[in-house]
Write a protein that binds this ligand. Sequence first.
Ligand code: SF4
Length: 67
Amino acid sequence: MCPMDIREVSDQKTDKDVLTEDCMLCMTCAESCPGDKVLSIKFFKWPLFSSSRKYVANRYTKKEGLS
Ligand code: SF4
């Protein structure tokens, strides 16, 4: 899933900040995560995107032409 093969984003269970120096902020991890607000991308204190079940469901429905 992660183009940089950063494993902290999926392996880390306790630390809230999983940003590593190799992250290029592509947001693929947050876009692919089906958990509501499990992964969030912020620019300083401003939220840019949060993972959501609804977003993933809509994405796969459109991709598979199921709508
Ligand atoms: S934002 Fe992109 S590069 Fe950074 S951890 Fe997520 S998938 Fe990997």
